[in-house]
Design a protein around this ligand. Structure first.
Ligand SMILES: [Zn+2]
Length: 90
C-alpha cells in the first residue's frame, strides 16, 4: 500500500484539502494487509493537465498540537485549505 515501498505511480499524487480524487482501499481476503489494493478514483470531473490529488486523511495517535500541524503543513493552494494535512479526530 505504501507508495514509497517498491514505488508506484501513487507516490506522485499530492494531498489537497479540495481534492479531485479519493483513495479507495480494497482489502484482500485473509489477514495479510500487504495484499490489500488501493485505487485512486476521481470524485470530480478532471480536465487534461489538472493535477490529481486526494486527501491523505492523516490522523496521528497523539494530540494534534500547533507544532504538529505546522510539521504537517499543507500548501495545496485551495480556497478550502486548512493549512495542515492533519485531519480532525472523530
Ligand atoms: Zn490544503
Amino acid at each position: 500500500i505504501d507508495a514509497n515501498y517498491k514505488g508506484n505511480d501513487a507516490r506522485w499524487l499530492n494531498h489537497s484539502c479540495d481534492p479531485n480524487c479519493e483513495a479507495v482501499i480494497e482489502e484482500a481476503e485473509g489477514d495479510n494487509r500487504r495484499e490489500d489494493k488501493v485505487f485512486i478514483e476521481a470524485i470530480k470531473d478532471i480536465q487534461p493537465g489538472d493535477e490529481l490529488t486526494y486527501n491523505y486523511g492523516i490522523v496521528l495517535a497523539e494530540r494534534h498540537t500547533a507544532r504538529l500541524k505546522k510539521i504537517w503543513e499543507c500548501r495545496c493552494g485551495s480556497k478550502k485549505c486548512t493549512g495542515t494535512m492533519l485531519q480532525p479526530k472523530r
